[in-house]
Write a protein that binds this ligand. Structure first.
Ligand SMILES: O=C(O)C(=O)C[C@H](O)C(=O)CO
Ligand code: ZN
Length: 278
C-alpha cells in the first residue's frame, strides 16, 4: 500500500501555480495499479482518495502512519465504488458482491476490509473515498439501480446527464461523507456549468469511461481566477471549498463525486453567475 500526502493550498498561492504545480497539488494521475492499494491523503477535510485493484490475490486496507490509528477505519468511514469487473469486498468477514457502478458504504470501526476480483482477467477497480468519522453507522451496499437518480442539463447546452446520489442523507446514514456518480449522455460534454463553490465542503472527482485519447478539461480556481487541469481516464481531482469544479470533455464521460465537510446538504451551493467568471 502506498500513501501520498497533499497539503492544503491557499487560493492566492494556487493562483500563482504553473501547470506542473497545479497538477502536483490537485490532480491524482494514477490510482489503479494491478495488485496494489494506492492512497492519497489530502489535508483539506482529511480526505483519503485511492484505488484498490486486486487481481489474483485479495488486497487488504491497512493502517498507515499518516492516519495514526491502529486500523484504517478506527476513526474514519469509507465509500467504495467499483468501476471495473465484478468484485467482492469483505468487511470483518461479511462479504458483499460489488458490480460495476455499485457503491459500498463501510462503517467506522470496521477492522478488516479486503478486496477481491471475481475474474483476474477482468479485475475489479475499487475507487476509495474516506473521511474522518465520529459515530458508527451501518455498512450498506447501494446498487446503481437503487441510487437516487436526478436528470440534469439539456442537449442544447451539451450537458444532459444523470446524477445518481448513493451515499446521501435519507438513503445511507454517514457522518460526513456524501458520494455519487454522474453520467453524461452521448454527445454531451459539460458538467456543472454554471459552476458553484461550497466553502463548507471540499470535493473530489474521479473521471472515468473515457477512451485512451479523450481528455476532460477540468475547470478549477476561485471564480475570478480560473485555471484548468487536463485530465485523462481514471484520474482524480481534488477540489478545495473555494474552487469551482466543472469539466468539459472531448467526448462524454462519467465521474464519481464525493464530499466531506461541515454539512451534508447536497443543495447547499453558492452558484457563480457567469458574469463573475474570469
Ligand atoms: O453533474 C453534476 O453537476 C455534479 O455531479 C455536481 C457535483 O455533484 C457537485 O459539485 C456537488 O456539489
Ligand atoms: Zn460541488
Amino acid at each position: 500500500m502506498t500513501i501520498d500526502i497533499r497539503q492544503a493550498s491557499h487560493p492566492e498561492a494556487a493562483a500563482g501555480y504553473d501547470t506542473a504545480a497545479l497538477r502536483r497539488h490537485f490532480l491524482i494521475e494514477s490510482l489503479f495499479q494491478p495488485g496494489e492499494v494506492k492512497l492519497t491523503y489530502w489535508h483539506v477535510d482529511r480526505l483519503v482518495v485511492g484505488g484498490a485493484t486486486p487481481v489474483r490475490t485479495p488486497l487488504t486496507l491497512q493502517a498507515a502512519r499518516a492516519i495514526g490509528t491502529e486500523t484504517f477505519l478506527e476513526r474514519r468511514e469509507l465509500g467504495i465504488c467499483n468501476i471495473g469487473g465484478p468484485g467482492r469486498i469483505s468487511c470483518d468477514g461479511e462479504a458483499f458482491r460489488v458490480a460495476r457502478r455499485d457503491m459500498l458504504y463501510v462503517a467506522m470501526g470496521t477492522r478488516e476490509v479486503t478486496f477481491e476480483s471475481t475474474d483476474p482477467a477482468n479485475p475489479a477497480r475499487f475507487y476509495l473515498l474516506s473521511t474522518p468519522a465520529h459515530a458508527r453507522h451501518r455498512t450498506v451496499l447501494v446498487r446503481e439501480s437503487d441510487a437516487n437518480a436526478v436528470e440534469l442539463g439539456s442537449q442544447e447546452q451539451a450537458n444532459s446527464r444523470t446524477l445518481r446520489q448513493y451515499i446521501i442523507p435519507g438513503r445511507v446514514a454517514s457522518c460526513q461523507l456524501v458520494m455519487g456518480l454522474t453520467t453524461l449522455k452521448s454527445g454531451n460534454i459539460w458538467n456543472t456549468m454554471p459552476s458553484h463553490v461550497h466553502d463548507r465542503r471540499c470535493e473530489a472527482y474521479l473521471y472515468f469511461d473515457l477512451s485512451a485519447d479523450a481528455r476532460v478539461f477540468h475547470m478549477m480556481g476561485e471564480p475570478a481566477e480560473t485555471r484548468h487541469l487536463v485530465v485523462a481516464n481514471e484520474q482524480a481531482i481534488l477540489s478545495p471549498g473555494w474552487s469551482i469544479h466543472s469539466g468539459c470533455g472531448t467526448s462524454a464521460y462519467s465521474f464519481i463525486w464525493a464530499m466531506g465537510g461541515d454539512n451534508q446538504d447536497f443543495a447547499d451551493m453558492d452558484m457563480v453567475p457567469m458574469a463573475e467568471l474570469r
